[in-house]
Write a protein that binds this ligand. Sequence first.
Ligand SMILES: [Zn+2]
Length: 485
Amino acid sequence: MCSARSMMGLGVFSLLLPILVGLASCHPIPGRKNFNKLLLISFDGFRWNYDQDVDTPNMDRLAQEGVKAKYLTPPFVTMTSPSHFTTISGRWIEDHGVIHNMMFNTETRWKYSFKTTQKKTEWWDNGVLPLWITAQRQGRKTASFHYPGGGAKYKGEAVQRSLVESYTHPDSNETEWRENIDIVMNWFTKEDFDFVTLYYGEPDNVGHKFGPETENRRVIIQQIDRTIGYLVEAIERHSLTNHLNVIITSDHGMTTVKKKPNVTEILLIDYIKFNDSVKFDIVDYGGFGMLLPKPGQEEALYQALKNAHPHLNVYKKEEFPERFHFAKHKRVLPILMYADSGYNINGQFIMYFNKGDHGFDNVLMDMKTIFRAFGPDFKKNHLAEPFDSIHIYPLMCKLLGVTPEPHNGSLAVTQEMLVDSYDQQPGAETQRTLALQKTALGLASVTGFLAVLFVGSVIYTAIHRKKKQRADQNSKSGPIRLTQF
Ligand SMILES: [Zn+2]
């Protein structure tokens, strides 16, 4: 029965609703300082075992003071921009769409280099939000220092503070590395940033130029180790030891490139006619390549390449192995190929100078990379089993007290790295406070609604009585007047 009484109650309630909600939202937002700050550092191309044939006293000390994973598996394709964007979003590459270091346009046939893409929002912003933006939307202050993707806008929103690597940026200047750490420490202490990502282009550069099994690579690893020592010292100097969690990771490993006369190199023009059958290609970029066939040429191209070279794996897009989580994105071209470890995929010429490379299958140990972490929320002297880099994202969200976007990772994989009392810690407290506030708000709304119903019914009864009195009087003096509500 929809009585006049309940109708009136609802009417009054709808008038009071904005006031009730307004009162509820006047409650202070739970203190955003109830979690520790987070620094994510990436050293590009740091293979999982680079610290095993060289003295790294600072990294060794950190393994004692924090968490070390046996190794970390990057996503396929094992390349800088795609892998970094997986770390910062927790999504497979086929979901986030940053499928290569190069941005390309198959119509204009233009290709843009890794550094050129850094400010090209159209390459990065494909509907998946990186953690910077999600954290900002939840009240955190975030910054990116040279981290791939940090210079783009996402759904119109930029990272609050973003430094993008210049074209002439030196990769291996140790003094500059330390200055960058000082800048980031000041962001945390003087400007109260909550989450910063810091990127270094080494040891990738040295790995490419000289190869991973060289003295040059060992020297750059020692430089990185000194820098990590400087970082720990800087954290102490800025009194951040008990307030800052640090994750040190990387995007992929590195393997020695195989060249003639030791092997028969892969040269696609030995098997196909580029001018006749290929409209656009992404090759000559390490061990991974893609082709866009000219109309009607796909099957012929595929057949010509399928068994062409014993170390070349060729697939049609729809048949590319699922385990790579790579091929479903619309940017991926119809024919994909990856080479066995160390083989470069050359197109029409061999003009390849790198002595080391990556981009290969992520099951290969040479493509595995590092994961280290320390700080107030991490266990000490904890050796974690290997895991996929997609799981770093939910861990970072947990540390920052941020509700994650949909992602492919799982907190269950990484949570065991956190101290056992983590759930009694401030970061967890924030979550609990939020949950309690939600419950309180719900209860307040229900109580308010019931109160309004009660008040409404009292008013109705009063009016009804008055009306009845009037009707009684009228019945004595003339016809009944109906009152409409
Ligand atoms: Zn590289």
